[in-house]
Design a protein around this ligand. Structure first.
Ligand SMILES: NCc1[nH]cc(CCC(=O)O)c1CC(=O)O
Length: 337
């Protein structure tokens, strides 16, 4: 008699990217658990439903709250998140059990199709005075304002396909996206320029956790943890937990102008860079450190220490202005400045 199949329930957003990510997770887990049926539960979160408001105005948990409700009422056994969308402090009872091996964490430029086809503009430095860059990320807008003060920044909301369509058809010259989303969806050919701390002409540091997937479980659910742990990538988990500690210590959220970059420079030595930039791009505080990191605790302590260094050198003042502006309903759209 065939062995009874066990069913494991997975929660996910229902965007094309999120569904693609769950497919990748199931394809990687199934060989480890041939007798498990993975059942996908997809839903729209606040961030998916509200495609018009600025991201900062939607608050923390805009990509996760509804999924965590299903986790805590036992409708799902774990959630597949984009780690960068997971607030740095989880609700009571939630735990990040697994972080997958990271896709390329960089941000990239997608040029308007007309410009790409004509070869008119290839990189940000080619764009003329007043050219329009689409992004709803204050992190992206603040850093690029600093590097390219002649450019104009304008909100662009929606999933990857929607944002590329708006770029091609509406009043944008380019948009800024995460490479990871484009690569997972097979849109590699739309990548015009890669942006990181070494980009010629001016780049930027990526979002905390960008490019990594996180699997959230109920605290103490060792059974589910046992099922998903084959996908845990230690170096990515350590690096992203150091990044998350920077943001947590600066009391930032998903929508604050904090950029990071991590790199394993020797076997167990982690290089951590971070930057905090004012929304208008005119003030910034940058820092970096290299430390021996072998445990989550060491990773988080590294992030905390760098955050304290940044705060002492003016980063906290920059973030206080950002948060005061938000509290008074100030500039919440990247185009408001
Ligand atoms: N909510 C936006 C979001 N969350 C995660 C990704 C990219 C995929 C990743 O970082 O793993 C994106 C799209 C983007 O920033 O362009």
């Amino acid at each position: 008699m065939s062995e009874q199949k066990q069913t494991v329930h997975i929660g996910t957003r229902r965007s094309a990217l999120a569904l693609r990510q769950v497919d990748l997770v199931i394809a990687a887990l199934q060989p480890h658990h041939p007798n498990v049926h993975f059942q996908v539960h997809a839903l729209a979160t606040l961030g998916d439903k509200n495609q018009t408001a600025s991201l900062p105005s939607l608050g923390k948990g805009l990509w996760t709250n509804e999924l965590e409700a299903k986790l805590f009422n036992n409708e799902v056994d774990f959630i597949v998140h984009c780690l960068k969308d997971v607030p740095t402090t989880l609700p009571e009872g939630g735990k990040i059990g697994v972080v997958t091996e990271r896709e390329d964490p960089r941000d990239v430029v997608v040029m308007k199709k007309k410009w790409a086809d004509e070869g008119k503009y290839k990189v940000l430095a080619d764009l003329p005075q007043g050219a329009v860059v689409g992004t709803s990320s204050v992190r992206r807008a603040a850093q690029l304002r600093r590097q390219y003060p002649r450019l104009v920044f304008k909100d662009v909301r929606g999933n990857i396909e929607t944002r590329m369509r708006k770029c091609d058809e509406e009043d944008y010259d380019c948009i800024i996206l995460a490479a990871a989303g484009l690569l997972r969806m097979g849109y590699d050919e739309r990548i015009a320029q890669w942006l990181d701390s070494t980009t010629e002409g001016g780049g930027m540091l990526h979002a905390v956790g960008q490019g990594a997937l996180a699997m959230e479980v109920r605290e103490g659910d060792e059974k589910t943890l046992e099922i998903i742990k084959p996908l845990c990538h230690e170096k990515t988990m350590l690096a992203t937990f150091a990044e998350r500690a920077v943001m947590r210590s600066l009391e930032g959220g998903c929508s604050v102008p904090i950029g990071v970059e991590t790199k394993w420079v020797e076997d167990n030595k982690l290089q951590l860079k971070a930057t905090v930039v004012s929304l208008d791009g005119k003030q910034s505080v940058d820092g970096q450190t290299v430390e021996l990191v072998k445990t989550i605790e060491e990773a988080e302590e590294m992030g905390r220490k760098l955050a304290e260094d940044l705060a002492k050198r003016g980063a906290q003042n920059i973030l206080d202005v950002v948060n005061q502006g938000r509290a008074s309903g100030g500039a919440l759209k990247v185009g408001d400045l």
